[in-house]
Design a protein around this ligand. Structure first.
Ligand SMILES: C[S@@+](CC[C@H](N)C(=O)[O-])C[C@H]1O[C@@H](n2cnc3c(N)ncnc32)[C@H](O)[C@@H]1O
Length: 291
C-alpha cells in the first residue's frame, strides 16, 4: 500500500499529474475550494486511508473508482471528508464571543414590555461548524447571557459539508485536552465528565445539546434549504479556501437568511473587501446586514 523507504519507514503513494488535475477539478467545482500544487503532499497523505479501506494499490486506481465506477458516487462523501480541513477550537478567536455578548446581543434586544424584558428567541447559524466546538461555545455564551437577562431562549443551526465532522458534533463528546480554552466556571456548568474514569472525555450538557441541531449543507449549492431567518451568522475560517467570486456568491446566499441589522462574523484572517454584498463592517471581522 505505502512505498517502503526502509524497514519501518514508509512514504505515501504518489499522485500522478492526471489524478491531481481530476481531484482539483472536483474539489473546486463541488466544494469551491481552490487547490494548488503545494497541496499535493497533503492530498497524498490524506487519501492513504481510503486506499487501504478499499484495497486499492494506487491513487490512479482510486481516481477511477471515484469518478468512473458505480460505487464512486457514494465514495465521494468519504473523499470530501478526507480533503476538507476541519481545524477548530472552543472559544476560537475569543474577541468575537465577547463582542457578541457585550455589543451584538444588547443591540438586537427587542423593546421591553412595560417593566419586563420582552420574551426573546434568538436564532443563530454556525455555517461551517466542523466538529461542533464553535456552536457549543456559542451555546455556552448565549446560555450565560440568557441567565442574566431572563425570558431568553436560543436555537443554533450548525452546518457543514463533511459527514464525519457532523457525526462527531452530534455526539457532543470531546477529549479533555480540547477543553483548555473553556473558562473553568463554564466547564463546571456545561461539561459533564465521562463516567468511565479510563476515558479523559467530557460531554456537553443536555440543556445545550437540545438547542443545537446539525445538518449537512454545501455552500456551493445554488439554493440553501434553510427556512429560518437568523439574527446572527458565524461563518468563520471557511471562505479562506474560496476564490473571490465564490466568496461573494456564498455571502450573498447567507445574507438571504440574515435579518436586516443581523450580524455576520467571519474569521480574523478573512477579508470581505471588494465584495458586492449587503453588509457593513462594525468591528474586526464583524459585519451587519444592511436594509
Ligand atoms: C477550518 S473549519 C472552520 C470551523 C469553524 N468555523 C471555526 O472557525 O473554528 C472549515 C469547515 O468548513 C467546511 N467546508 C469547507 N467547504 C465547504 C463547503 N463547500 N460547504 C460546506 N462546508 C464546507 C469544512 O468541512 C470545515 O469543517
Amino acid at each position: 500500500m505505502t512505498a517502503l523507504l526502509g524497514e519501518g519507514v514508509s512514504t505515501p503513494l504518489r499522485i500522478s499529474p492526471e489524478s491531481f488535475r481530476a481531484f482539483c477539478r472536483f474539489i473546486t467545482t463541488e466544494l469551491g475550494i481552490k487547490m494548488s500544487e503545494a497541496k499535493i503532499p497533503l492530498l497524498q497523505s490524506r487519501l492513504q486511508r481510503r486506499l487501504r479501506i478499499l484495497q486499492l494499490d494506487s491513487i490512479d486506481a482510486y481516481r477511477e473508482y471515484l469518478f468512473e465506477s458505480p460505487g464512486g458516487e457514494a465514495e465521494r462523501v468519504n473523499f470530501i471528508d478526507a480533503v476538507t480541513t476541519n481545524k477548530t477550537d472552543f472559544f476560537r478567536e475569543p474577541q468575537h464571543f465577547e463582542f457578541l455578548d457585550q455589543e451584538a446581543l444588547p443591540s438586537l434586544e427587542p423593546r421591553p414590555v412595560g417593566d419586563l424584558p420582552a420574551p426573546w428567541l434568538l436564532k443563530l447559524w454556525c455555517a461551517g461548524c466542523s466538529t461542533g466546538e464553535e456552536p457549543y461555545t456559542l451555546a455556552m455564551v448565549l446560555s450565560e447571557f440568557g441567565q442574566r437577562r431572563g425570558r431568553f431562549d436560543f436555537s443554533i443551526l450548525g452546518t457543514d459539508i463533511s459527514t464525519r465532522v457532523l457525526a462527531h458534533a452530534e455526539t457532543a463528546i470531546y477529549d479533555e485536552e480540547r477543553i483548555d480554552p473553556v473558562p473553568p466556571l463554564l466547564r463546571g456548568r456545561y461539561l459533564l465528565q465521562s463516567k468511565d474514569p479510563e476515558k479523559a472525555q467530557v460531554r456537553i450538557v443536555p440543556a445545550l445539546r437540545s438547542r443545537v441541531r446539525f445538518h449537512r449543507l454545501n455552500f456551493m449549492d445554488p439554493e440553501y434549504p434553510v427556512r429560518d431567518v437568523f439574527d446572527v451568522i458565524f461563518f468563520r475560517n471557511v471562505m479562506i479556501y474560496f476564490d473571490k467570486p465564490t466568496q461573494e456568491a456564498v455571502i450573498n446566499k447567507l445574507c438571504r437568511n440574515l435579518r436586516p441589522g443581523g450580524y455576520l462574523f467571519v474569521g480574523h484572517s478573512e477579508s470581505l473587501s471588494g465584495l458586492r454584498i449587503p453588509v457593513e463592517q462594525v468591528a474586526t471581522a464583524v459585519y451587519r446586514r444592511l436594509g
